[in-house]
Write a protein that binds this ligand. Sequence first.
Ligand SMILES: [Zn+2]
Length: 189
Amino acid sequence: MTSDSVLDIFRRVGALHEGHFRLTSGLHSPGYLQCALVLQYPQEAETLGKELGERVRQLGADVVLSPALGGIVIGQEVGRAMHVRAQFAERQEGKLTLRRGFTLSGSDRVVVVEDVITTGGSTRETIAVAEEAGASVMGVAAIIDRGADPGRLNLPLQALVRMEVPAYPPGSCPMCAKGLPVTKPGSRV
Ligand SMILES: [Zn+2]
């Protein structure tokens, strides 16, 4: 699958948005991709999961770990494609944690799967969850990479689309400078 064929899916379901948005990272951006709108179609989710699964197969992971909520659906599909378990970490009192009886051990080899990586903050937190449980993190996979710095992740990163839509701190946002109202996307992007 090429980056363009993935973007075609986003366009087809109306998941490619343009405007003036405040991202979860706090940065302002003229556009974003709403993964949930694509992932609501199980066949599309399976297709994207299969493609990501192929790309990370050589890492030899035996469990997928995703941050809730955004990473759960695609994590499940990558797990399906790789025939491995798919777990998710969720926030408890602000900190990502394994709950619901999920456990990782020292023999587990983990691939962290996200829908979108922007600053890499939640990705690093998810990596930390696995490492604190004693597991080895082999790499990271995401549908969309908005320009994460692989050096800061210090792990192999695979993404179906690398899309550096500009993102600005509010103080230097050209759309704010023009007085355009900023909106918050419907969920984490
Ligand atoms: Zn702005």
